[in-house]
Design a protein around this ligand. Structure first.
Ligand SMILES: *Cc1c(COP(=O)(O)O)cnc(C)c1O
Length: 494
């Protein structure tokens, strides 16, 4: 199976090439030329598999230049008990709805599913392409990607990783997780500005030919661990199939019937993975795209106009504080009937004017698949409190946004299709916001708050979070966006 580009249908490259490149030189994103078909019989067979087996099966349908044995070994290592516990992606019934818990990995956010696997995919892709350069991973993060990528790539031979996060734009725990990162090949810095500034800076470096050529001359090849990389998306497709199997096994859905999927959304990667699962054959009726106060996607799905010219808000769900949802480009491509010229036009308008309006036909196609809504901080907090008091389920602020928007969707449409809501982070990662939402005392340091949340909820504190208390901060710097290149050069080229 080969991969083409959202801005140029004439491109046709292997999976390993697409993963290695991350983004196309023309700025477009890679997608399979056609989607593999997964029948109900195939899904039925997955019901008795372990999570690593399910993942190897689904990922193998897309990465056809990897052997089954390779992928089985990678998923077994990436999703092992020591990294993800007994059940990597459990589905929990909260009385009516199913919650797909995606936060049992090493950094307590869903991005671990992709970023624990990506180092294997990336280093194997380089080998397959006969490339012996050192691979330097650049990451712009609003909090969770950075830590998950650091944890995935730390001390992986032949790689280096450099993470940029917006100064003051992450939770304190997210910041500490990154600044205490261990490993010989890791670099972390704060950048003045917001996430979009950091992301734009990284994108500019990738497309700076003089600079990338200079690095190539020194045996260094840049690659991306942001969700524009196909290697980030494909592992996420697997857990939606897994969730369906678990829901069927638990009787939450009659096998073969459709489900709805609600996802707290930022860069549009996680919800796009769910849509790709549907294109492969997963029985899904509708997707519910949930945003926080940075509701550019809600407005887009409702109106057909994407407009990033608006205030940027820091919210209690920082990983969704995004105004440019990169992966939306992939959806536009697919739902426009793979119309690369149309996508090029929209993306040029976005770069020039910060906005574009899709054709009425494309808008209808999007609205038919995707419902949408947003919840501000107050509603997310109210949802955390209510969900805990009425259902004894403790949600983090990102998950709470999705629960709130799903509840509103169900109420306004009367659509009672069995639903799964993606839970993207552990509540302990955002203890201050969660305690505040519950109306509890928020005095003391971050670790006092974690202890208090454990007492109140009866949940066990993840040991790696508690351990942060005793770790020294290694990376305390903050740079201007203009200094990103020299930060990389100084740190990576030794
Ligand atoms: C990254 C992240 C999101 C947003 O996911 P996208 O794939 O960017 O839409 C939501 N919640 C948490 C906790 C995250 O880390």
């Amino acid at each position: 199976m080969n991969y083409t580009c959202t801005r140029d249908n004439s491109i046709s490259i292997s999976a390993s090439k697409a993963i290695l490149a991350g983004i196309s030189p023309d700025g477009g994103l890679f997608l399979p030329e056609e989607f593999p078909k997964v029948s109900l019989d195939d899904i039925a067979k997955m019901r008795s598999m372990t999570y690593p087996e399910r993942a190897a099966y689904i990922i193998g349908l897309f990465l056809t230049d990897f052997t089954n044995d390779e992928l089985k070994a990678y998923t077994a290592a990436a999703y092992s008990k020591s990294r993800f516990g007994e059940i990597p992606a459990p589905v929990v019934d909260i009385g009516g709805e199913s919650i797909l818990e995606l936060f049992h990995g090493p950094t307590f956010a869903f991005k671990d599913f992709a970023l624990q696997l990506l180092p294997y995919l990336l280093t194997a892709s380089a080998k397959k392409q006969g490339i012996h350069d050192k691979i330097a991973i650049l990451v712009a993060t609003s909090g969770d990607t950075g830590k998950a990528a650091l944890e995935g790539f730390a001390d992986v031979d032949g790689t280096g990783i450099c993470v940029f996060y917006p100064y003051g734009g992450t939770s304190e725990i997210q910041r500490l997780q990154m600044t205490t990162q261990q490993g010989k090949n890791v670099l972390v810095t704060a950048v003045k500005g917001n996430f979009d500034d950091a992301q734009s800076g990284v994108k500019a470096i990738f497309t700076d030919k003089a600079y990338t050529d200079e690095l190539k001359g020194m045996g260094i090849r840049l690659s991306s661990a942001n969700s524009i990389n196909w290697g980030r998306l494909v592992p996420q497709v697997a857990y939606y199939f897994s969730a369906y199997c678990d829901m069927a096994n638990a009787g939450a859905v009659t096998f073969g019937d459709e489900i709805n999927i609600a996802v707290p959304t930022g860069n549009f990667g996680n919800i796009l993975a769910a849509y790709i699962a549907k294109l492969c054959g997963l029985p899904v009726k509708r997707f519910i795209c949930a945003s926080n106060k940075n509701n550019v996607l809600t407005d887009f799905i409702q109106s057909g106009t994407y407009d990033k010219n608006r205030p940027f808000y820091l919210t209690t769900s920082p990983s969704m504080d995004i105004l440019i949802s990169s992966n939306l480009e992939r959806l536009l491509y697919l739902l426009s009937g793979r119309n690369d010229a149309q996508v090029r036009g929209y993306m040029a308008a976005l770069a020039k004017d910060g906005k574009y309006t899709v054709s009425p036909g494309l808008h209808r196609a999007i609205a038919a698949e995707f419902a949408c809504g947003f919840a501000d901080d107050a509603r997310a907090a109210e949802t955390i409190r209510r969900t805990f008091e009425e259902r004894r389920y403790l949600a983090d602020p990102h998950t709470a946004v999705a629960i709130a928007v799903y509840e509103e969707y169900k109420l306004s449409t009367g659509d009672c299709t069995p639903a799964v809501i993606a839970s993207t982070a552990s509540p302990f990662k955002f203890s201050r916001s969660v305690l505040k939402a519950l109306g509890k005392d928020t005095s003391g340091c971050e670790f006092d708050l974690i202890d208090r949340l454990a007492d109140i909820s009866g949940l066990t504190i993840p040991s790696r979070l508690a351990g942060l208390r005793d770790m020294a901060e290694r990376f305390t710097g903050c740079i201007e966006p203009a200094g990103m290149k020299s930060f990389i050069s100084k740190g990576l080229i030794k």
